[in-house]
Design a protein around this ligand. Sequence first.
Ligand code: G6P
Length: 367
Amino acid sequence: SAIEKGNYRHFMQKEIFEQPVVVAQTLRSYIRQLERRISLPQIDFDLSEVKRVTIVACGTSYYAGMVAKYWFEQFARVPVDVDVASEFRYREPVLEKGGLSLFISQSGETADTLAALRHCRAEGQTIAVVVNVPTSTMAREADLLLPTHAGPEVGVASTKAFTCQLAVLAALAARLAVVKGLMDRDEENQVVQHLLESPAALNAALGHDDDIAAMAHLIAPARDVLYLGRGPDYPLAMEGALKLKEISYIHAEGYASGEMKHGPIALIDEAVPVIVLAPSGPLFEKTVSNMQEVRARGGKIVLISDAEGLAEAGEGCMATLEMPKVHPLIAPLVYAVPVQLLAYHTACAKGTDVDQPRNLAKSVTVE
Ligand code: G6P
C-alpha cells in the first residue's frame, strides 16, 4: 500500500517523528529484554576472532559509521577504518586476513558501497551489512545481515534510518566487546539499559520542535553555518551540516570542536551561526571552552546540551536548547533529532522542496 504522509507536511518530518518507535522496534531485535543482553542474528563465523573492522558507506550512512568507530574502539578495542565508498574503492586499501568489512546503507543499493562490498568479498573479507531494505542487493550478498527496522524512508535526506543504524551499531560494538571478554555481564546490562532509554529520550528531544522551529528563523538568513562536536558527537556535527546543506542549500560545515582553532575560526563573525553539540560527559568542558573562543570573536552560538546549569554555560549564546539528560552512549542518537529538525525547519522557512531537494537522489545506483 502507498506510504502516506498522514498529518505531516512532509515525509521527512513524519520520518523524524517516527524515530522513537522505529528505534525501539530495531532495538527489540538486538536485545533480549528479560536477560538484558545483546543478541545478534545467527553468525557462522567467529566474531571474537575479528582483528580489524573496515567500515564503508556514503552520505549519512558514512556518518553513522564514523560514530561506530568510536564505539568499536572504546568497547571492543578493535582498530577501525572508516571510508567513504568512492574513496575506498580506488585507494588500494590494505585488507588483512580475518578482517570484518562492514557496509552501512539505508537502501542497500548505493553503487559505490556495493562495489566496495564486492571488492572486499574478492579479497576474502567477512562481509557484514547494516541495511534498511532487507530485500536489497547488499542484504543478499552479506555473510552477516544486520537489518534496521526503520520502515520505508521516503524523504531524500535520511533521518530515521540513521538513528536505527546507530542503534544496531551500538549493539554490534557491545556484542563484539562481550565475545572478546572486554565487557562483563554487568556492563552489558548497563549498555542495554542505556539503549532502552533512547526511545523516551528521542521523544523528549522531539518535544522541542516548536523551539527549534523558532530558532530556524535565526538560521535561515545565514550563508554559512558551522557545526561543532567532539568524540562520537563530532560525526553528528558533520551530519547536522549535511542535513542543512541537503535541504536548505545553506553552506554548512561540521568540525571537531578542538580543530576549529586550526582554520574555521577565521570564518567566525556575527553572520556565521555556530551550532555547538555539547552533551554532558568527559568532553563537555572542553567543548564549552571551544565555544568561548567563538563567542570572543562575536560568533552567534546555538548551544545544544543536557548539562546542569545550561543557562549559565549558555550565557551570551544566541539560543540554547536543553536536551534530555542521557548517557553519553546514546547522545549521538538523541542529538540527531535537533540537527534534523533544525535543518527541516530552516528549509521550510526558506521554502525549499524538503522531500525532493534539487540535484539529489534518494538512492544513487550509478557511480
Ligand atoms: C544519497 C541520499 C542520502 C544517503 C546516501 C547513502 O546521497 O540522498 O540521504 O545518506 O545516498 O545512501 P544509502 O542508501 O547507501 O544509505
